[in-house]
Design a protein around this ligand. Structure first.
Ligand code: ZN
Ligand code: ZN
Length: 164
């Protein structure tokens, strides 16, 4: 399903073995400043586009799923290119397989998906200056407080389908 006139978002790993396409715009985009994301990326934060797995098409190659410890202690599954090992998306234990966290930096046009929220800013690197017009929270947040009605509806449909 392609909602509206949005052109697809394509991306992939560094060696181009893995290529994927998001067929609709994501539910929400997190910029996470937690220590775990800092360590995983080797950088100051992670940028993740949250989307239903059925809206992510693997165009080429395959991913290797790596079990990785996570902040919650419940672990996460990081999908990586089996050749160059770049991570293209992950699934956290909390949301299970329902919601995929696509790494925005692996998109061909990452500029199209700026963060909708900054999370875990309590551990933000002090030199990162956040824009004043984007919500920012010290830790996590409730989707109902920040997601668009359309995204909340898509999320509700997702969980309804899963419990069937
Ligand atoms: Zn690769
Ligand atoms: Zn994080």
């Amino acid at each position: 399903m392609n909602t509206g006139a949005t052109r697809p978002y394509e991306g992939g790993c560094a060696c181009r073995h893995v290529r994927y396409r998001m067929t609709t715009k994501p539910l929400f985009v997190h910029c996470c400043h937690c220590r775990w994301c800092q360590r995983e990326t080797g950088s100051a934060f992670a940028l993740n586009a949250l989307i239903e797995p059925e809206h992510v098409e693997l165009l080429q190659g395959e991913v290797e799923v790596v079990d990785t410890p996570s902040y919650s202690g419940e672990g996460q599954k990081i999908s990586r290119c089996p050749k160059c090992r770049i991570a293209v998306w992950s699934n956290y234990a909390g949301a299970g397989d329902a919601i995929r966290f696509v790494r925005v930096g692996t998109l061909d046009e990452p500029d199209r998906l700026p963060p909708d929220i900054h999370i875990y800013t309590a551990s933000k690197q002090p030199w990162v200056i956040l824009p004043t017009d984007t919500p920012a929270v010290a830790e996590y947040y409730r989707a109902a407080d920040h997601w668009s009605p359309e995204s909340l509806q898509r999320r509700a449909a997702l969980y309804a389908n899963r419990s069937r």
